[in-house]
Ligand binder design. Structure first.
Ligand SMILES: *[C@@H]1O[C@H](CO)[C@@H](O)[C@H](O)[C@H]1NC(C)=O
Ligand SMILES: *[C@@H]1O[C@H](CO)[C@@H](O)[C@H](O)[C@H]1NC(C)=O
Ligand SMILES: *[C@@H]1O[C@H](CO)[C@@H](O)[C@H](O)[C@H]1NC(C)=O
Ligand SMILES: *[C@@H]1O[C@H](CO)[C@@H](O)[C@H](O)[C@H]1NC(C)=O
Length: 360
């Protein structure tokens, strides 16, 4: 363990909190200091299930974690509706924030959170893990080489996973008072983030939902698609599809004028220890059009640490800079979150308007 690690607290014991508890324990300069749940019993069950060390403080409330002076940074995996309240309290208590996606119900809420972080001098980051996978950086390197792929014309991404009857009856992700953005917030977030990432975070000019959306009886989105359009300087079109109604897919395809790239596991790689993508460049048909002149080339990238551990490490690095060296919080991660939330709002709005284009 490092000498002066960044001490994390977790409020809420959702399934994803177990993954982050492990990530925090594996990250070089981070340590888990406290967890809090609405009941002591739940918090204890979580600690036992995830074999948390004795040193982790266990609280039967969220407030106690926020008040604990030994906590530097807070991971918040609570339902989206609760983000604003707890994120503001955390920032005002000078806790750095790792906030689960979708970050808020809308960009107006997220702006309040980011402003609170800024005025309290704390770092903000959302929990989008795949952005931190070393494969993502390797892929960006390929895309930035102007000859292999060339200017990007089209991006397609999906984030789908078939859910159980029990999920549709009782999960927070389909309850309007908890996660009102449904599949769009939970799954579509990744597709929007991937489209923006591919375009180096230039915002699309227009966002248009496609007419195939499905809602549950309470109006929560269970499945939807949308089209994102960039005009300048290079026209690009992205389609996204997110759904609780189809089998697990996490496809990302990027087509440029001279090559294309495909990933089938962009959000959670098939394996923790390495991840790959395939690309083709300069493809043509052979004589008589009975085949191609090239087959896809695979690029495999070793992952020394799982992507969620790299994410925690990145936050810990920024927090150490602020806490120990007087650095200012980085604006990179809050800006990425804000753009993602802004486009997500536009998709929601377009659905609400009967699939009319929404200009950004
Ligand atoms: C851990 O923190 C120390 C400073 O305390 C720093 O020198 C080192 O680079 C950090 N390691 C990682 C992996 O971030
Ligand atoms: C999303 O759309 C629903 C209605 O379809 C609306 O009630 C809600 O306010 C919208 N959210 C945002 C952020 O626009
Ligand atoms: C397209 O890719 C092929 C094969 O990699 C390469 O030979 C060619 O120069 C590229 N064309 C452009 C315009 O970059
Ligand atoms: C836009 O297109 C031009 C020429 O087609 C190209 O040189 C440039 O790299 C492209 N920019 C991006 C961001 O793709």
């Amino acid at each position: 363990m490092a000498e002066n690690p960044v001490r994390f607290g977790i409020i809420g014991c959702a399934g994803i909190a177990g993954k982050l508890a492990r990530a925090i324990s594996l990250a070089p300069n981070a340590t888990l200091t406290a967890i809090g749940s609405r009941s002591m019993e739940k918090a204890q069950t979580f600690a036992a299930k995830h074999k948390l060390p004795e040193s982790v403080k266990i609280y039967g409330s969220y407030d106690q974690v926020l008040d604990d002076p030994d906590v530097d940074a807070l991971y918040i995996p609570l339902p989206t509706t609760l983000h604003l309240h707890w994120a503001l309290l955390a920032a005002n208590n000078k806790k750095h924030l790792l906030l689960e996606k979708p970050t808020a119900l809308d960009v107006a809420e997220l702006d309040q959170i980011i402003e609170a972080c800024q005025s309290n001098g704390v770092q903000f980051m959302d929990g989008t893990m795949w952005l931190h996978n070393p494969r993502t950086a390797r892929l960006k390197l390929l895309l930035s080489d102007s000859t292999t792929i060339g200017p990007i014309n089209f991006v397609h991404s999906t984030s789908t996973g078939l859910q159980t009857d029990e999920f549709f009856e009782s999960n927070i992700r389909v309850k309007p008072d908890l996660d009102a953005l449904g599949a769009l917030g939970d799954m579509g977030w990744y597709c929007i983030a991937a489209s923006l990432w591919a375009k180096d975070y230039q915002l699309p000019a227009t966002v248009t939902a496609l007419p195939d959306f499905t809602r549950n009886a309470a109006g929560v989105i269970l499945s939807c698609s949308a089209s994102l359009q960039w005009d300048q300087p290079n026209q690009t079109h992205a389609t996204i599809h997110c759904s609780f109604l189809s089998h697990t897919t996490m496809d990302l395809a990027i087509c440029g004028s001279n090559g294309s790239v495909h990933l089938k596991d962009f959000i959670i790689p098939y394996k923790e220890t390495s991840a790959s993508f395939e690309f083709t460049s300069g493809a043509k048909f052979v004589d008589l059009h009975i085949g191609w002149n090239v087959t896809p080339e695979e690029v495999r990238v070793d992952c020394e640490l799982p992507q969620e551990v790299v994410m925690v490490q990145e936050l810990a690095r920024l927090v150490q800079g602020i806490r120990d060296c007087g650095s200012s919080p980085s604006s990179k991660w809050p800006e990425i979150s804000r753009k993602t939330q802004l486009v997500l709002d536009a998709v929601n709005k377009s659905i609400e308007l009967g699939c009319k284009p929404v200009c950004l």
